[in-house]
Design a binder for this molecule. Structure first.
Ligand code: 5GP
Length: 217
């Protein structure tokens, strides 16, 4: 990350929206946390949800936990960038914090499903970088869902079914990471971020820099 920071610090750039999607149990939440711990140019988007908190989840940190009436209110007021129904609960991305980060040239990390990803892409085009995380095998997915132990068995079964639906959208993404190990996947995600940050069209300071450079020649 340090090398990259040097590069990006030199030239002003547009912030990008880095989206991770996967079936539950593919390790996406751990990867999102690892990115956040390793990279100080990106902020996590905290979604609003009508789902009840799982043990250990903190309101305002993992999610903004709200009731259906408050969610509807936010939706009607147009304060959500995207939203979707997943497993019978509503999830949505509050728009204002995302706008604020992007305005400052910082990146935003999203842990959202394929429905939300499609909406973001429609709204923000090439500012959105989409990564799909695949589990290495069905067994790995099953094991991760079971050891998580935070949902009852019926929910686990339903999530396995949903996984097939989620995975069917893999080809709508720009990158696919097969999550064999967190370390290896984190490395791959870091490289994707680095390359995307260096794309010419995001680096809005380049033309000034080149002008200054050539005028000195
Ligand atoms: P979980 O309930 O396990 O935290 O999340 C269930 C699913 O909802 C995951 O696939 C997650 O990516 C997705 N999700 C979480 N927040 C949002 C959001 O704000 N918008 C959308 N579209 N999906 C979300």
């Amino acid at each position: 990350m340090n090398n990259h920071k040097k590069n990006s610090d030199k030239v002003e750039r547009r912030g990008l929206m880095f989206v991770l999607s996967s079936p539950s149990g593919a390790g996406k939440t751990s990867l999102a946390k690892a990115i956040m711990a390793n990279d100080n140019e990106i902020s996590m988007s905290i979604s609003m949800t009508t789902r009840k908190p799982r043990p250990g989840e903190i309101n305002g940190k993992d999610y903004h936990f709200v009731d259906m009436a408050s969610f509807d209110e936010a939706l009607k007021a147009g304060t959500l960038l995207e939203w979707a129904e997943v497993f019978g609960n509503h999830y949505g991305t509050p728009k204002a914090p995302v706008d604020e980060e992007l305005k400052q040239g910082r990146d935003v990390l999203f842990d959202i499903d394929w429905q939300g990803t499609q909406q973001l892409r429609e709204k923000a085009g090439a500012d959105v970088v989409r990564v799909f995380i695949l589990p290495p095998s069905v067994k790995a997915l099953e094991d991760r869902l079971k050891t998580r132990g935070t949902d009852d068995e019926e929910v686990v079964r339903a999530r396995m079914k949903q996984a097939i639906n989620q995975i069917s959208h893999w080809a709508e993404y720009d990158y696919v990471v097969v999550n064999e190990t967190i370390d290896e996947s984190l490395k791959e995600l870091t490289h994707i971020l680095m390359a995307e940050r260096l794309k010419r069209e995001r680096r809005i300071g380049l033309s000034t820099m080149v002008r200054d450079l050539t005028s000195e020649m």
